[in-house]
Design a protein around this ligand. Structure first.
Ligand SMILES: C=C(O[C@@H]1C=C(C(=O)O)C=C[C@H]1O)C(=O)O
Length: 376
């Protein structure tokens, strides 16, 4: 058996050769970038990459090494591509063309905000936290109406809940952001301490129905599972409280904020019925204007990918190589597009940073349905 020191000497020499060859290969990549810049040919050439993998793996015998060769060259080609993107002129930058950097968001006495629900809703709380008590505002019936009002210019800003610490993503919100010409410009977290509320004199043993938004019901699941009450889904936690107050029926209760209970003259029958101690909902603030604050810290994007080995890995590599850290990822199957998935990703950073711009340029060129949802 050879001595470890000897074997390692060989490995070191091989590695040095690999590094030199790598540099040579990257030099060629640079030339390819020049060529592509001149001719307008896209950087990513999927067919060429597939052919390369096929040719190279054919030359390798053992299955394990075949797989390894594929992985190695997928990486090499992806590094080459990212290098090419970084060499492309900033003038062409999609981000620069689409988004405007601002010192701060314009908020004044003419500013109008829209939220879904009625007073007492957590959305209202989010609005007050973000814009202050005196902001002029109106309400909408559905989440969709909020986005449409912003898209049509009827409101300058809209508020939507996006995720909750115990119940997860609020369904349908990402799709609304994707399908309308709006941009996320801020976010606000609201602590949601749900109370069980009802009219004065409600006896819990006589209750038959509980009303709340599906998120409210989910966040209080452990408490509600102990009861035999019908759980009725309603548009909003505040709407639920108002309904119980309007019906004036002591067999009905609602899950809402204590603030909503007070507003509609209900009693708090039980405080904090949510199962997670620190139950918070994150709200996004959107505007029609494609803008981002120069101190914004989170970029949110969406795109779709076919369900193929390595497709997501390939895209996430753009973040890794540009030192961008990912803070959240959501995926869901796309309607009417079998085995294609929509992804929503949050990364830490600002659209004015070169690393973020490079990563987004590369991703945009290699996915379908790319959209920057906002930087906030
Ligand atoms: C270098 C090129 O650009 C990209 C990178 C490739 C590689 O590194 O081999 C292959 C195809 C392209 O996706 C090229 O087009 O040849």
């Amino acid at each position: 058996m050879r001595d470890l020191v000897d074997i390692r000497k060989d490995i070191d020499q091989i590695d040095q050769k690999i590094v030199r060859l790598f540099e040579e290969r990257m030099q060629c990549s640079e030339e390819v970038a020049e060529y592509k810049k001149g001719t307008g040919k896209p950087i990513y050439d999927r067919k060429r990459e597939q052919e390369k993998i096929e040719t190279l793996t054919k030359e390798v015998g053992p299955e394990f090494l075949k797989k390894g060769t594929e992985e190695l060259f997928l990486q090499l080609m992806s590094i080459g591509r990212r290098y090419q993107y970084s060499l492309l002129s900033e003038e062409d930058s999609y981000v620069r063309k689409k988004f405007k950097q601002v010192d701060r968001l314009e908020i004044n006495s003419d500013t109008k905000v829209v939220y879904q629900g009625i007073p007492g809703a957590y959305q209202e709380q989010a609005m007050v936290q973000f814009f202050g008590e005196d902001i002029s505002h109106f309400t909408a019936e559905e989440f969709k109406d909020v986005v449409v009002a912003v898209d049509e210019g009827k409101a300058d800003y809209g508020i939507l809940p996006i995720e909750n610490t115990s119940a997860g993503t609020v369904s349908g919100i990402y799709d609304l952001l994707l399908n309308h010409d709006v941009c996320v410009v801020g976010e606000e977290t609201v602590e949601c301490n749900h109370a069980l509320v009802g009219i004065r004199g409600t006896d819990l043993s006589k209750v038959t129905k509980v009303y709340s938004h599906p998120q409210g019901l989910m966040q209080c699941k452990e408490f509600l599972d102990e009861t035999k009450w019908d759980q009725v889904r309603i548009r909003n936690t505040a709407v639920a409280a108002k309904k119980v107050a309007d019906d004036n029926d002591c067999t009905k209760v609602a899950i809402s904020s204590e603030r909503a209970a007070k507003l509609y003259g209900l009693d708090v029958l039980k405080e904090k019925v949510n199962f997670e101690g620190n139950n918070c909902t994150r709200f996004v603030v959107m505007s029609k204007k494609k803008q981002y604050r120069k101190d914004a810290k989170k970029v949110s994007i969406s795109f779709s990918l076919p369900h193929e080995t390595g497709s997501l890995y390939n895209i996430l590599a753009h973040f890794m190589f540009n030192d961008v850290s990912m803070t959240n990822i959501e995926s869901r199957p796309l309607p009417n597009r079998q085995w294609e998935y929509g992804f929503y990703i949050d990364v830490a950073g600002n659209l004015n940073e070169p690393g973020i711009r490079n990563a987004l340029t590369g991703i945009r060129a290699e996915v379908k349905d790319f959209k920057i949802l906002g930087n906030f």
